[in-house]
Design a protein around this ligand. Structure first.
Ligand code: ADE
Length: 230
């Protein structure tokens, strides 16, 4: 089994790259695909770059060139639900792209026109493994639900209110929904594990810098625990 692991930023994948027993590096689309063993499992670790197009290209390369059997996206997110605080972990059970809007044709906000699903559902087995991993980690508050994705860093109270009301979202970020779409189209199981770096409100960019290291650390700790059980 080959597991593709995607983080958008170097901060999100560096702790994993520090531990990989590297066998091969492949460059494509300005991305570096690191193939090797991580905690005895066969993996490809890659920094996709930020936002939906980068993440989609990256996922398709993992499918086409590395034949991955599963995709895991790790990293940070903005907390949307009221009870989520920086450091908390959010595991997606499904993802929606909040910036897709073809409402003039009668579609719901977030619905990608002419695709046969509204949300992209994560693999149930992988979700279970993440939940189990969270239980094994001290001081880890773990939420499971919808994550929304868009090409926007959200730093606006009104916008989070809307994301919460319109989509019932727990958290927002900029890649998960497009990784999910590509994995769905290719029939590959996937899961998205994020930790809140901010509350996506007016001071989000400042909180983000402060809490990012804690949030990255949490998502990596869970991934480590989870991968060992795969
Ligand atoms: N990733 C981390 N925080 C975020 C936010 N507030 N909006 C979008 N993506 C994020």
């Amino acid at each position: 089994m080959i597991i593709g692991i995607i983080g958008a930023m170097i901060e999100e994948v560096q702790p994993l790259l520090n531990e990989i027993k590297l066998e091969k590096k492949v460059h494509k689309a300005q991305m570096e695909f690191n193939y090797g063993k991580l905690w005895d499992k066969e993996v490809v670790i890659v920094k996709s770059g930020i936002a939906k197009v980068n993440a989609a290209i990256c996922t398709q390369i993992l499918v086409d060139d590395f034949n991955v059997d599963a995709v895991i996206n790790v990293g940070v997110a903005g907390g949307v639900a009221k009870d989520i605080y920086p450091g908390d972990v959010i595991v997606a059970d499904n993802l929606v792209q909040h910036d897709v809007d073809s409402t003039v044709f009668g579609d719901r906000r977030g619905q990608i026109p002419r695709i046969d699903t509204f949300d992209f559902k994560c693999d149930k087995n992988l979700i279970l493994k993440v939940k189990e991993a969270c239980k094994n980690i001290d001081h880890c508050k773990c939420f499971v639900g919808r994550i929304v994705t868009g090409d926007q860093f959200i730093a606006d109270k009104e916008k989070i209110k809307w994301l919460s009301e319109e989509f019932n979202a727990l958290a927002c970020e900029m890649e998960g929904g497009s990784i999910a779409q590509v994995a769905y189209l290719n029939n590959i199981p996937f899961v998205v594990i994020r930790s809140a770096s901010d509350n996506a409100n007016n001071g989000a960019h400042m909180e983000y810098e402060e809490f990012k290291p804690i949030a990255v650390n949490n998502s990596v700790r869970i991934l480590k625990n989870m991968i060992k059980s795969m």
